[in-house]
Ligand binder design. Structure first.
Ligand SMILES: Cc1cc2nc3c(=O)[nH]c(=O)nc-3n(C[C@H](O)[C@H](O)[C@H](O)COP(=O)(O)O)c2cc1C
Length: 306
């Protein structure tokens, strides 16, 4: 046991035991991983993206493997926020894990309605996804316009007492401008990055592999982009950042913290190693101990520039 090592993570007044999260859409609703891990050991479970009404998602095929990552065009397949709260959330909360609802809508009004619903539930926090590349209406358009980011954050904030995380898209010209607007609008935390937009082609059929033609690229291929965007964002906001994008090892976690992430979410790696999240919690404690650090604060934002 490394009891003298503090790896807790605080967002607003909400304290997480550790800073390792799951990334939305890559951990289902948690129970899919019950055979592999004790999910109470994860800092927080960010559930699959929720919408107001149930969604079937996009047509198959909607997954393609790439050289060092994957493309997906799942398109927010989910049972709808109400069904999630009634049926899935109680089972998750029984496991004594902090649950973050990831919400997406087509209009600001829809986001607000969902925030109001989640606010009266047992969810611990909300992650507002304004960066999904796989839905035609709204989605990414919200996350690319700084004024809209301010407006949607402000309005959703007003519907919510729980901590609000705003999840940003990497598919923007200037992440700094967007992140500042999210903070000004009342975000308690920023999470980034969502997937990069990409495509894959089958040379036999001469067709795109994804039925949707384009999809979101995730996994190790996007890690350098994530590091750069987290580093740029950490320079301009005062709220914590949950970093994600290709994290699969303790070295990756430390790199993300050095550039300014206070917590790290694991996405595509869950498909490769379902135990990766809990392994990283232990490895983080060991890393801090063996380097004689007492807290993650000793490394967060401590990147040295020449
Ligand atoms: C299959 C799949 C589904 C995803 N669904 C969502 C989603 O519903 N909401 C969301 O905010 N992000 C979603 N994401 C994005 C991830 O949460 C994460 O931001 C991204 O994959 C980068 O992290 P990674 O490289 O560790 O996977 C999804 C990613 C994948 C691969």
């Amino acid at each position: 046991m490394n009891n003298n090592i503090d790896i807790s993570f605080k967002m607003k007044d909400l304290l997480f035991d550790n800073p390792i999260f799951t990334a939305s859409g890559t951990f289902g609703f948690g129970h899919e991983f019950d055979d592999f891990i004790d999910i109470s050991k994860i800092g927080g479970v960010v559930v699959k993206g929720l919408t107001l009404e149930p969604r079937k998602g996009n047509k198959l095929p909607r997954i393609a493997e790439t050289a060092s990552g994957m493309l997906n065009s799942v398109g927010l397949e989910n049972p709808g926020v109400n069904k999630f709260i009634e049926e899935t959330l109680p089972r998750l909360k029984e496991k004594k894990v902090k649950v973050i609802a990831n919400i997406a809508g087509n209009t600001i009004d829809e986001y607000c309605k969902m925030a109001e619903i989640v606010n009266t539930s047992e969810c611990d926090a909300v992650e507002m996804n304004i960066s999904c590349p796989n839905v035609k209406q709204g989605g990414v358009a919200f996350g690319t316009n700084p004024d809209v980011v301010y407006e949607i954050t402000k309005q959703v904030r007003a519907c919510l007492d729980k901590p609000l995380i705003v999840k940003l898209s990497p598919n923007v010209t200037d992440i700094k401008e967007i992140a500042v607007k999210a903070e000004e609008g009342g975000a308690d935390c920023i999470s980034l990055i969502n997937t990069l937009i990409g495509m894959a082609v089958d040379i036999k059929t001469k067709k795109p592999i994804l039925n949707n033609v384009i999809g979101g690229l995730s996994g190790p291929a996007i890690k350098p982009v994530a590091l750069r965007l987290i580093w740029e964002t950490s320079k301009v906001v005062n709220i914590p950042i949950i970093g994600m994008g290709g994290v699969r090892s303790i070295e990756d976690v430390i790199e993300f913290m050095l550039v300014g992430a206070s917590a790290v979410a694991i996405g595509t790696s869950n498909f490769v190693n379902p135990k990766v999240t809990v392994e990283l919690v232990e490895e983080l404690r060991e890393y801090l101990k063996s380097n004689k650090y007492t807290s993650c604060k000793d490394i967060i934002g401590k990147l040295k520039l020449n």
